[in-house]
Ligand binder design. Structure first.
Ligand code: FAD
Ligand code: AMP
Length: 478
């Protein structure tokens, strides 16, 4: 007799595992199918995020930043360290331990919540049946009242730079270097390219980022991307805009990359090359021909605003569907879907998904940019506060960047919060909470913020929207 569940989730990334836990919490019998195994061949839950994405990249970003501080920034505090050395295998090993702790934590959460964890490859058949191909090759058919497809994404490969997992790597390979490459190339100045480029640059690599577009960080507010370009370049990242990679040739342990820019064809040689040109949805062997689920023209599983596919009872969430490829977007979609399966009317606010780039300074935003609002014809008031004027930032010797709050000129409602600077991700989250409740800039300005905190920069930027900042000269007069 085949197993039958209220909910079967395919994929245990932050979309799938969160959906599975929530479903079990809501009293639904739930199974989650995952095929990914770690280097020891053991099932590893948590998807891209925990295994080769958010968490390992942040572990390396934190380690490399500490190295940089110990080497170059402690002296200003009066701390002398002697020679500072970096043990790269130890750093990478620490990252692996964090990953292990978190992925096994998901397995524990599955047990604690009563989620049935099934190892193998899941494929949706017609009639909400799921074919599970186990590691030993045996096949089981599982029946489900509801199926949630959460198969995630994988790195895009480009023909001019095929990944060989030695000299040319993708983001996963770039988390595993055992020594610091002398000359490191990165194709793509997106979030992943900038984060991984920063890691190895801080450790001493000479990093060149080749970006096909002429505009840097197009999705960010223009003031933020300008500041980011200036600061990252100053840190030593050579970011070449308008540089489209057209070919590469591996010669032993180096690679000669060809790219075109405004001056024609150029070549440059690297010891390692990271291809970070984006990610694409994983739908390989996910859907039987008669499953009824449709794929859109870009290869994503087609869903409506509530993540329902074209088949009743089948949903899809996270990187495999439209929208931003972010762990928190995947998780919230999982929760929305499961609550709707339970009959709740849960909605997700797609307008308030924060974006973060974990460079230093950190870059984060929520809501719309000033440029987008102006293009829509919305009149806005803008308040900006530089960290250079923050006592807390000065105490921490981390004064780069600013907070920018954008409010509707007619209603004062906050429409965007953009931060480049220390703890940008945390500050933007405060903006997001306010925006979810329809805060005005005046509301934020009237709140009491602890002193001295970096959060005061958000307070002051909100006050500056209406010309009321205390600790800087206001551009706008009351
Ligand atoms: P995934 O995490 O990709 O999980 C899908 C899972 O499904 C995988 O484990 C896969 O093995 C499994 N699977 C696929 N098909 C099948 C099948 N047929 N049967 C069984 N199992 C299957 N996002 C952030 O929000 N913040 C960050 O800081 C951040 N940093 C990142 C850094 C890097 C280097 C990378 C690569 C990504 C980063 N992301 C970040 C993006 C984030 O990892 C993804 O948005 C997120 O993991 C998507 O979650 P998901 O559940 O949709 O898919
Ligand atoms: P993201 O999608 O945010 O991860 O960013 C990937 C970046 O890679 C985008 O900004 C693309 O413009 C860039 N990109 C894609 N293909 C190439 C290429 N052949 N050469 C240089 N940059 C590229």
């Amino acid at each position: 007799m085949s197993q039958k569940f209220d909910v079967v989730v395919i994929g245990a990334g932050p979309g799938g595992y969160v959906a599975a836990i929530k479903a079990a919490q809501l009293g639904l019998s739930t199974a989650c199918i995952e095929k990914y195994t770690d280097k020891e061949g053991k099932l590893a839950l948590g998807g891209t995020c925990l295994n080769v994405g958010c968490i390992p990249s942040k572990a390396l970003l934190d380690s490399s930043w500490k190295y940089h501080e110990a080497k170059d920034a402690f002296a200003i505090h009066g701390i002398s360290t002697g020679e500072v050395k970096m043990d790269v295998p130890a750093m990478v090993g620490r990252k692996a331990n964090i990953v292990k702790g978190l992925t096994s934590g998901v397995a524990t959460l599955f047990k604690a919540n009563g989620v049935t964890s099934l190892q193998g490859h899941g494929k949706l058949l017609a009639g909400k049946k799921v074919e599970l191909t186990k590691p030993d090759g045996s096949v089981e058919i599982i029946e489900a009242e509801n199926v949630i497809l959460a198969s995630g994404s994988r790195p895009i490969d480009i023909p001019p730079a095929p990944v060989d997992n030695n000299v040319i790597v993708d983001s996963t390979g770039a988390l595993e270097f055992q020594s610091v490459p002398k000359r490191l190339g990165v194709i793509g100045a997106g979030v992943i390219g900038l984060e991984l480029g920063s890691v190895w640059s801080r450790l001493g690599a000479q990093v060149t980022v080749l970006e096909a577009l002429d505009t840097f960080l197009m999705a960010a507010d223009a003031a933020v991307s300008k500041e980011a370009y200036k600061t990252l370049t100053k840190q030593g990242l050579d970011i070449k805009l308008g540089a489209r990679v057209t070919g590469s040739k591996v010669n032993g342990e180096e690679v000669v990359v060809t790219y075109t820019d405004a001056n024609g064809e150029q070549t440059i040689t690297f010891d390692k090359l990271i291809v970070a040109v984006g990610r694409r949805p994983v739908t390989t062997e996910l859907l039987a021909a008669d499953s009824g689920v449709t794929i859109d023209e870009r290869g994503f599983v087609f869903v409506d605003d509530h993540c329902a596919t074209s088949v009743p009872g089948v949903y899809a969430i996270g990187d495999v569907v439209r929208g931003m490829m972010l762990a928190h977007k995947a998780s919230e979609e999982g929760i929305m879907v499961v609550e709707r399966i339970k009959g709740h009317k849960t909605e997700m606010n797609y307008d308030l998904i924060p974006s973060v780039i974990y460079t230093h300074p950190e870059i984060a935003w929520v809501g719309k940019t000033e440029q987008a609002l102006k293009a829509e014809g919305v009149e806005v008031n803008v308040g900006t506060f530089p960290f250079a004027a923050s006592g807390r930032a000065m105490a921490a010797n981390d004064t780069g960047g600013f907070v920018k709050v954008i409010a509707d000129a007619k209603t004062d409602r906050v429409l965007g919060v953009h931060v480049i600077g220390p703890s940008a991700a945390e500050l933007v989250q405060q903006g997001a909470i306010g925006m979810e409740f329809g805060t005005s800039a005046e509301d934020l300005g009237m709140m009491v913020f602890s002193h001295p905190t970096l959060s005061e920069a958000l307070h002051e930027a909100a006050l500056a929207v209406n010309g009321g900042a205390i600790h800087i000269a206001n551009r706008k007069k009351r």
